[in-house]
Design a binder for this molecule. Structure first.
Ligand code: GDP
Length: 547
């Protein structure tokens, strides 16, 4: 087992090793609207790659009854994922030296349901790149838009995939225009489809001018064979479909829509690929784009302004806490994204928020059972820590010298409800449970003097967060609760000076959040507009995913 001393005095060989490991990693999430094909694409990506391990222990496997909890019952009943997992695999691009081990891809999963929660947003704080997956027939959909806004806010570069090109849909230029018009992101297709949506023959590689012809395989269960065809032969073979793709490509070049690495990293342009996750068309091209274009893990600045480089001693940020997975054991799993250094299972790290040591040996048990043990991990990797009772989203773990990263911003809630214990006799447990769920970041907890402590107001990004609270109150703490939604739809940050005046307004109620922020809940945007117009001096700042 390593102690903090021998890791922090790592020599230049270790630093070189860590730099190499970090440089070959790509950590990303897929952002999409439900049904756009995220699960299918995830499977397709894994098919192209050699899977190393599955971190998370979330998606229950047969015979693992002990970890099947009510929690997962809820997931199963709704066919959705409440939690996030990270899938890790290696990928060796064509022509790369396999001896180098290729690239290590970390795909951090986001819940896909419309009732998604803050967890989805938090995942985006743990990735270096996002893949925006769009259904060719539907174009931009609401959840994709919301998630894209978070990416934009955090400066995460976005690769765009137009999926389901094997089915009838819109034209490439229509889809491109929609993205430019609605979100101001300029797609720079790397490949254009040959054949209209519903007649997917292959891709024009805009950079080489070559044609990549795909052959369907039964059910898309295996990698689709690809054939590289030179432009002349492509024209002979595909006729007008080839000509159309070449003309579209020329038009895009004229409009300046060729890939530009700097603009991509700055979040202004988005490399675009047309694909069919189901047929495995365009999937290898996505992996190649991730390896060639997406950023490798970088160092981060601590709250004191010092930069922690990836080669510095171990540090990581907890971005998600999953509790209640095993109701018998009150299990609590914390997912951390490694920022710097080398993680070795068993090492004792420091928890910046409490100043206490944290033993990581329990990472072994969960992963050891039917998943590969995480023995070592590097910047960009996601590791689940078991029994992480003290850890909350946004917390920092490190090996000396100390570093503490900025907290994960809380996101603008849109749903508000009062929570009460059904029986007054359970008040003590209720109070304890509320503190616990609050510290885990399951919901935001708001209080004011009028309502009192017995009926806190919960604020959430998605209403499913409320269900999680009531379910956990019952199963983990034995408290039956009732929840009643409140007629507010938005929150604004205000200050003590404005609070009194705001509290007198119709359709407004003022609260203090656990972190001390004073929030005014407002019934609707018209009410807000009215107040802003009538009382321009009042402080009413939008709550956003602060960068
Ligand atoms: P998710 O909700 O985003 O995870 O979407 P899924 O991966 O579950 O896909 C939703 C539905 O779309 C499923 O019926 C898939 O089989 C289908 N689907 C996904 N990708 C494709 C594709 O490329 N082509 C076609 N035709 N169907 C697809």
């Amino acid at each position: 087992m390593s102690s903090s001393a021998d890791v922090s005095t790592s020599g230049s060989t270790d630093r070189r090793h860590i730099a190499t490991e970090a440089a070959r990693r790509r950590t990303f999430a897929i952002i999409s609207h439900p049904d756009a094909g995220k699960s299918t694409m995830t499977e397709a990506l894994a098919l192209h790659a050699r899977k190393i391990s599955e971190a998370g222990a979330i998606h229950g496997k047969a015979g693992r009854k002990s970890t099947v909890s009510d929690w997962m019952e809820m997931e199963k009943a709704r066919g959705i994922s409440v939690s996030s997992t990270a899938l890790q695999f290696t990928y060796v691009p064509d022509g790369a030296d396999p001896d180098t081990g290729g690239a290590v891809i970390n795909l951090v999963d986001t819940p896909g349901h419309a009732d998604f929660s803050e967890d989805t947003y938090r995942v985006l704080t743990a990735v270096d790149c996002a893949v925006m997956l769009i259904d060719a027939a539907k174009g931009l959909e609401p959840q994709t838009l919301k998630l894209f806004q978070v990416c934009r806010h955090r400066g995460i570069p976005v690769i765009t995939i137009i999926n389901k090109w094997d089915r009838p849909g819109r034209t490439p230029l229509e889809l491109i225009d929609e993205i430019i018009d609605r979100i101001g992101l300029t797609p720079t297709p790397l490949y254009l489809p040959v054949g209209i949506a519903g007649d997917f023959r292959g891709l024009l590689d805009r950079r080489s001018g070559e044609y990549i012809h795909f052959t369907r395989t039964a059910g898309g269960a295996t990698i689709a064979p690809e054939e590289y065809v030179d432009p002349e032969s492509a024209a002979e073979r595909e006729g007008d479909d080839w000509v159309a793709a070449v003309e579209e490509s020329a038009l895009l070049s004229e409009m300046g829509q060729d890939h530009d690495q700097e603009m991509f990293l700055a979040g202004q342009t988005s490399p675009m690929i047309f694909a069919s996750a189901m047929l495995n068309f365009g999937v290898r091209q996505l992996l190649d784009a991730l390896v060639a274009l997406a950023p490798a893990p970088k160092g981060r600045e601590g709250i004191d302004g010092t930069m922690r480089e990836v080669t510095d001693p171990f540090s990581a940020v907890v971005f998600k806490v999953q509790a209640g997975m095993d109701s018998a054991h009150r299990d609590r799993l914390a997912f951390m994204r490694i920022v710097s250094g080398e993680f070795e299972r068993g090492m004792v790290v420091n928890h910046a928020q409490t100043g206490k040591p944290f033993a990581t040996k329990y990472a072994q048990t969960v992963f050891g059972r039917d998943r590969q043990t995480v023995d070592t991990a590097y910047p960009g990797d996601v590791v689940g820590l078991v029994n992480a009772m003290a850890l909350a989203p946004g917390d920092t773990l490190y090996i000396d010298p100390k570093v503490q990263y900025p907290p994960i911003p809380s996101f603008a809630p849109e749903h508000f409800a009062v929570l009460r214990a059904e029986s007054a006799g359970k008040y003590k447990q209720f109070r304890k449970a509320m503190d616990q769920l609050d510290s885990e970041g399951v919901v935001q907890v708001l209080r004011n003097d009028i309502r009192g402590d017995a009926s806190p107001v919960l604020a959430a990004v998605g209403p499913m967060q409320f269900e999680v609270v009531t379910a956990r109150m019952k199963t983990e703490f034995g408290v039956d609760t009732s929840i009643q939604s409140l007629p507010y739809s938005l929150a604004r940050r205000t200050d003590a000076d404005s609070a009194e005046e705001l509290a007198r307004q119709r359709g407004v109620e003022v609260f203090t959040r656990t972190d001390g922020a004073i929030l005014a809940l407002v019934s609707d945007k018209w009410r807000l507009q009215y107040i802003e117009k009538e009382s321009p001096d009042l402080t009413l700042e939008p709550l956003v995913a602060a960068a």
